[in-house]
Design a binder for this molecule. Structure first.
Ligand code: AQP
Length: 333
C-alpha cells in the first residue's frame, strides 16, 4: 500500500475551497493508501499570525477534518509541531537545497509581495519544510493542486541531492496525485483570485462554519454579471465569477459544470444563487453539526491528536535518525 502525506495550515477557518480542493479528496484516499494527514502549524507561522488564536485554530482545523470524515481511526492525523522529526529533517534540507532552487519558487514571490526585505526567512525555506514533511515518512504520493507542483519537484531535487551527497538511495521519489483545476474555488469577490482562508475579506469566502443565513448572504452578495447563464461552458470564458459559481454547484452536486449549465440555462443569477445556497447549506450543515459536537469536548480532540502524533513519530523517528546518521552526526547514546 502506498503512503500518502498531505497537510493543511491552521491559518484560519477552513474554507469551501480547502474542502472541495483538498479535504474532501483525503477521505476516499484512506481506503487504498496509508494516509498521513497533518495540521501544519509550523507552516502557518511563516505568514503573519496571531499567537493568541493559533492553538484554537489548530484544534478547530483538526475537528473540521474529523467532521469531514478524516477520522483518526482510518489515518494518522496529528499536529506538525508535535512531531519534532519534521523540524530536524527540515534543517538538514535547508543545508541540502540550493539558494538558486528556492529563488525559482513562484509561490514565494506571490506570497512575499513587494516588500521582500521584511518577509520572515521561514517563508523562503517553506518548500524545504514541505519536502521534510513528506520525506520524513518516506511517503511516495502527495495530492497537490497545480500551484504546489513546483514545490514537489523541489522536494524530489532535494531527495536526489541528499541521496547523491550521502551515498545511499535513502529517500524515494515522490509522485504527485494531481487534482484537476475544476476543484479550484475562486474568491466570491474576484473570480480571478483563489478563495483563501486568510483573505482579509470574510465576504470573499464560505467558511465551513458559516451558518445558513451567512451562506445565503455571502452568495447573494457574490460578484456576478447581468447576463443569464448560457448553455455551453465555453460561453463562460471571460466571466470568471459566473464560472466559479457554476463550478461550486457542480462540485457540491457531483455533476460536471456542463450538466449544471444545461439544467440552469437561461437563468439569471437571482434564481441560480438561490439554488446554490440551498445546495451549500444542505451539504455543509451535517459537517458543521459534527464539528460542533467534537469541539464541545476539546480534550477528546487533543487526545486523538496526541495518539496521532505518537503514531506519526513511530514512523518518522527511525527515518530522521538514519538521515542524521548518514549526514554524520554523532548519535546520542
Ligand atoms: N480556493 C481553493 N480551491 C481549491 N483548493 C484549495 N486549497 C486552498 N485553497 C483552495 C487547497 O487546500 C489545501 C490546504 O491548503 P493550505 O492551508 O496548506 O494552504 P493554502 O493553499 O495557501 O490555502 P489557503 O486557504 O489559501 O490558506 P492561506 O490563506 O493561509 O494561504 C491545499 O491542498 C490547497 O491546494
Amino acid at each position: 500500500m502506498q503512503r500518502v502525506f498531505s497537510g493543511i495550515q491552521p491559518s484560519g477557518i477552513p474554507t469551501l475551497g480547502n474542502y472541495l480542493g483538498a479535504i474532501r479528496n483525503w477521505v476516499p484516499m484512506m481506503r487504498d493508501h496509508e494516509c498521513i494527514y497533518s495540521v501544519v502549524d509550523l507552516h502557518a507561522i511563516t505568514q503573519p499570525f496571531d499567537p493568541k488564536t493559533l492553538a484554537r485554530q489548530t484544534r478547530e482545523m483538526a475537528a473540521a477534518l474529523m467532521a469531514c470524515g478524516v477520522t483518526p481511526d482510518k489515518c494518522v492525523l496529528f499536529v506538525q509541531s508535535h512531531v519534532h522529526a519534521h523540524a530536524r529533517l527540515a534543517w538538514i534540507f535547508n543545508c541540502v537545497a540550493r539558494l538558486g532552487w528556492l529563488n525559482r519558487m513562484t509561490q514565494f514571490k506571490d506570497k512575499a509581495g513587494k516588500d521582500r526585505e521584511n518577509v520572515g526567512a521561514g517563508l523562503y525555506v517553506y518548500p524545504n519544510l514541505m519536502a521534510a514533511d513528506i520525506l520524513v515518512y518516506h511517503a511516495t504520493r502527495v495530492p497537490v493542486g497545480e500551484d504546489q507542483k513546483q514545490h514537489l519537484e523541489l522536494a524530489n531535487d532535494i531527495a536526489q541531492k541528499f541521496n547523491h551527497d550521502f551515498g545511499e538511495d535513502f529517500f524515494p521519489p515522490i509522485e504527485p496525485i494531481i487534482q484537476g483545476v475544476a476543484a479550484r474555488v475562486m474568491s466570491l469577490r474576484d473570480g480571478t483570485r483563489k478563495m483563501s482562508k486568510s483573505d482579509p475579506s470574510d465576504q470573499s469566502r464560505i467558511n465551513l462554519t458559516d451558518d445558513a443565513d451567512t451562506i445565503a448572504l455571502k452568495i447573494r452578495r457574490a460578484k456576478t454579471d447581468a447576463e443569464p447563464l448560457p448553455a455551453e461552458l465555453s460561453a463562460l470564458e471571460g466571466r470568471p465569477e459566473a464560472r466559479n459559481l457554476v463550478g461550486i454547484l457542480a462540485a457540491i452536486t457531483g455533476e460536471e459544470p456542463q450538466q449544471v449549465l444545461r439544467a440552469h440555462e437561461g437563468q439569471g443569477f437571482g434564481t441560480f444563487k438561490g439554488v446554490l445556497t440551498e445546495a451549500l447549506v444542505a451539504h455543509l450543515s451535517p459537517i458543521q453539526g459534527e464539528m460542533q459536537r467534537l469541539l464541545n469536548d476539546p480534550a477528546a480532540v487533543d487526545a486523538a491528536l496526541r495518539q496521532g502524533a505518537d503514531k506519526a513519530a513511530a514512523i518518522a523517528e527511525p527515518i530522521v535518525a538514519r538521515a542524521e546518521e548518514l549526514v554524520g552526526f554523532l548519535p546520542r547514546r
